[in-house]
Write a protein that binds this ligand. Structure first.
Ligand SMILES: Cc1ncc(COP(=O)(O)O)c(C=O)c1O
Length: 441
């Protein structure tokens, strides 16, 4: 079971029946691209309820970092579940949570003493970061980047600016939140070339936003994705992160890296910001941290995480079973999976760059490790976004047994479990190649 195998028309009869029931009772706010109904999974292969096998390069939106139901993660979950399921770390103590905080203390991408706050999701990890930044700086302002995604609860939603539909109908947003252009080199917001770039895209933040809109001494934090996820798997030049660190340091503004999608080994390093040689003041993670169990972590410099008892907490946050899954996940990432992400990711990146020679519609291939984006354009000169074409290719990949997701308006995201083998990466590239060829794109 290491290859796709499609036996029924898609969706098959059992999938169709479940989708029909879902349509009557589940919130219509979810965005379902294509009709995949999961039954079980192993490694990077998933099986639907009709017995069709798919190669999973979506991983439940970059979550199943160690592959589906990794036996060692499952064993750690069972072991913890047999001892106790819950004891609220906000009121009592349990060792798995302490061990996990120690693990983050050791690996968070900045020096000095650290402390961690535990929650259940990416948005909650960011809410904690926003509240902590406000609390410790006694400032209210927040700056985020256009195209970013930080979550959908009201604090993080004010930072999110990926798609207008995510904000539409929920305003007004939290006051004091501003946005600046991101370091998107393929579509440089100030029309420059990466070769001569001095991160001029940050001129707006430094010379407009902090001059005309909010005084720097009222800004608590800048929140940035080291590699933009939902925005299209966009990788900035290192200068972007370096200059951002300089600006924030100069004004006593905290730098928060949202590593919810890019963190936990996906890029071949534990945190994507490590590729850029910059030390933030806080990181937030969720998604891949516990291989699929809900967990959010906000890790900050010790002097930053200085709020008093009662100021912030979560009943379920840092649940013991999620902590046990996270500890095993971290062990597996360190032992082999980050290395695999670098090796297989590098191999896949090269193969996709070859595909770019063959298919005019591929405008850009970018990424680190197993976080790879393929941007589709109608014309390589005008870079007109191939939006409907992208959706068609994602659907067609599904029909051929490959699960991928879109990112941004016109990129395909490759975010498989980090156990993906080279042979599976080759299969994924072949399917994308066939889908592009057959659709004559
Ligand atoms: C970078 C980033 N931050 C935050 C979130 C929100 O995470 P969650 O859906 O767990 O709230 C996401 C989700 O896609 C994300 O990609």
């Amino acid at each position: 079971m290491d290859k796709p195998s499609i036996k029924t028309p898609l969706p098959g009869p059992k999938a169709r029946a479940i989708i029909e029931r879902d349509g009557k009772v589940v919130s219509p706010s979810y965005t379902r691209g294509y009709p995949f109904v999961m039954a079980r999974g192993t490694g990077a292969i998933v099986e639907d309820v009709d017995g069709n096998l798919f190669l999973d390069c979506a991983a439940g939106i970059a979550v199943n970092s160690t592959g589906h139901s990794h036996p060692e993660v499952v064993a750690a979950i069972i072991d913890q579940a047999q001892k106790f399921l819950h004891m609220s770390g906000t009121d009592f103590y349990y060792e798995p949570q302490v061990r996990l905080a120690e693990a983050f203390n050791e690996m968070a991408p900045f020096s000095g003493e650290k402390r961690s706050f535990f929650s259940n999701s990416g948005t909650e990890a960011n809410e904690a970061a926003i509240k902590l930044a406000r609390y410790v700086t006694k400032r209210y302002g927040m700056i985020a980047f256009l195209g970013s995604f930080h979550g959908r609860t009201l604090g993080s939603l004010a930072l999110t600016s990926s798609k207008a539909i995510q904000r539409r109908g929920f305003g007004p947003m939290q006051a004091g939140t501003f946005h600046a252009p991101y370091g998107n080199c393929y579509r440089c917001p100030v029309g420059l070339k990466p070769e001569s770039c001095q991160a001029e895209c940050l001129d707006f933040l430094e010379h407009q936003l902090l001059v005309h809109l909010i005084s720097p001494d009222e800004v608590a934090a800048v929140v940035v994705e080291p590699i933009q996820g939902e925005g299209g798997y966009v990788v900035p030049e290192p200068k972007f992160h370096h200059r951002l660190r300089e600006i924030t340091k100069k004004h006593g503004i905290l730098l928060i890296c949202d590593e919810v999608q890019s963190g936990m080994g996906r890029t071949g390093k534990m945190f994507a910001i490590e590729h850029f040689g910059v030390e933030p003041d806080m990181v937030t993670v969720a998604k891949g941290v516990a291989s699929g169990l809900p967990l959010g972590v906000t890790t900050a410099r010790g002097e930053v995480m200085s709020w008093p008892p009662g100021s912030h907490a979560s009943t379920f946050g840092g649940n013991p079973v999620s902590c046990a899954a996270a500890l095993k996940t971290i062990e597996l990432l360190k032992n082999s999976l980050m290395r695999n992400a670098t090796e297989v990711g590098g191999f896949m990146f090269d193969r996709l760059r070859e595909l770019q020679q063959k298919h005019q519609i591929i405008g850009d291939v970018r990424g680190r490790g197993l976080m790879i984006g393929i941007e589709l354009v109608r014309d390589r000169v005008t870079k007109e976004r191939a939006t409907t074409e992208r959706d068609k290719i994602v659907d067609d990949c599904f029909k051929r047994g490959l699960l991928v997701l879109g990112a941004g308006k016109n990129a395909i995201r490759i975010s498989p479990p980090l156990v993906l083998s080279k042979a599976q990466a080759e299969t994924a590239v072949r399917i994308i190649d066939e889908a592009l060829a057959e659709n004559r794109l």
